[in-house]
Design a protein around this ligand. Structure first.
Ligand code: GLU
Length: 406
């Protein structure tokens, strides 16, 4: 069993060995400022009351208000949320935005709830946490299985409780509810910008054969964006399994197929594969875009990708990292590769506070500039310390936090 928080702390220990940041900073980052567990009573459609467990971890706010998504998942628990909150601290620092790191969640299989139950649960989460949240205190957003609609319910609940009408307490809202242009595709598009910034250094061809693990918002957007730019998606999966077709998978048709059949399997001209098989297929670029701990010491040795771009949070365990580094398979780390989402969230927050509306073009141009800059700096840090891109990103983040702490 891989504990995501232990993995995160192993990464922190590792960077402390590569560069001396002083004991104070490392000690501060070994635990969150606070972690909160709540119970949320929800009236179910059959009139029974069910209690759900929810969380908010406020990890560190040196650089600005705590920032990070809310995850709905049956396996979500406090250690996972802590790890995700820690990575948000570093992610915001790497992106160069004035935000700290936090994360929230509810242990729930949200697919089993009716729309009404989901709304009551989401409003309940906000009711229990509204005093610690706020545009200048702690700003949540979507994560796994949470949607713009859920963000809008929560923003509305916060407004009812506090009277704050800016909407800036939460990001990832839909456009009609005060969201930003481009937020929905920003994580996938950001990943593509980072890939372009790194492509030559990774030794990858102009047109790549790509494998994507995950068919949620991030995975399917990324697949579409890479395909639109002439790359070939040769395999893709969701939690139930995947499909493989060396001549390329049409993502738009696949979306329709999943809508009609409920699964990716049995898609035209493709072979059904398992998630484990998918990770071991030869390709130019492997994009884990689903969940933590998918690349481990049990399978990293069998990875045949030329490079990895992490769009999920924490998909590679520290042991797998070592194996991939020794094999010469570079990993572009999550805290850079998937930071397009939180950067666009920051843009949304700024627009809400200033009562502005930026065009999609403006949002994407700014996003591209910030990600190119962060990519360049991380690659320099990695080269200077002869280490991995992940450790390069950690060094950049810790330097920025340390400087602000002074
Ligand atoms: N949940 C996303 C992440 O892991 C986005 C967070 C945000 O927009 O605040 O980066």
């Amino acid at each position: 069993m891989n504990n995501a928080f232990e993995n995160a702390m192993t990464q922190l220990d590792k960077v402390a060995k590569i560069k001396n940041f002083g004991d104070g900073l490392i000690a501060c980052l070994r635990q969150p400022d606070r972690d909160i567990r709540i119970s949320i009573p929800v009236k179910m459609d059959d009139s029974s009351i069910k209690i759900f467990e929810g969380y908010r971890v406020e990890y560190n706010n040196t650089l600005g208000p705590y920032k990070g998504g809310i995850r709905y998942h049956s396996e979500t628990e406090i250690n996972e949320v802590k790890a995700l909150a820690f990575w948000m601290v570093l992610k915001c620092a790497v992106a160069g935005i004035p935000m700290g790191g936090g994360k929230g969640g509810i242990t729930v299989d949200s697919k089993k709830l009716s729309k009404g139950e989901l709304e009551r649960l989401s409003r309940g989460w906000m009711q229990k946490l509204s005093d610690i949240l706020g545009p200048h205190k702690d700003v949540p957003a979507p994560d796994l299985n949470t949607t713009p609609e859920i963000m809008a319910w929560m923003a509305d609940e916060y407004e009812k409780i506090t009277g704050d009408k800016t909407g800036a307490v939460i990001t990832g809202k839909s456009l009609k509810d005060g969201g930003s242009e481009g937020r929905d595709t920003a994580t996938g598009l950001g990943g593509f910008y980072v890939f372009e910034a790194f492509r030559k250094e990774l030794g990858l061809p102009e047109k790549c054969k790509i494998i994507v693990q995950g068919f949620g918002n991030v995975g399917n957007n990324a697949a579409q964006i890479f395909a639109e730019h002439g790359h070939t998606i040769i395999a893709i999966s969701d939690s139930k399994g995947g499909i493989y077709n060396l001549s390329g998978i049409d993502i738009e048709k696949l979306l329709k197929h999943k809508k009609n059949t409920g699964a990716l399997s049995s898609f035209m001209d493709s072979k059904n594969i398992t998630n484990e098989e998918l990770l071991k297929l030869p390709c130019d670029l492997l994009i884990p875009a689903a969940y933590e701990n998918v690349l481990t010491d049990a399978n990293a040795n069998k990875v045949k990708a030329k490079a990895i771009l992490e769009l999920a949070n924490g998909p590679t365990t520290p042991k797998a990292d070592e194996i991939l580094f020794t094999k010469g398979i570079p990993v572009v780390p999550d805290i850079l590769a998937n930071s397009g989402g939180v950067i666009a969230s920051y843009f949304e927050w700024e627009q809400n506070l200033k009562n502005e509306h930026w065009s999609k073009k403006e949002v994407f141009e700014k996003l591209k500039i910030m990600l190119e800059d962060a990519s360049k700096k991380i690659s320099e840090k990695a080269r200077e310390s002869k280490t991995s891109f992940r450790m390069g990103a950690f060094i950049l983040a810790l330097e920025r936090i340390k400087e602000k702490m002074k």
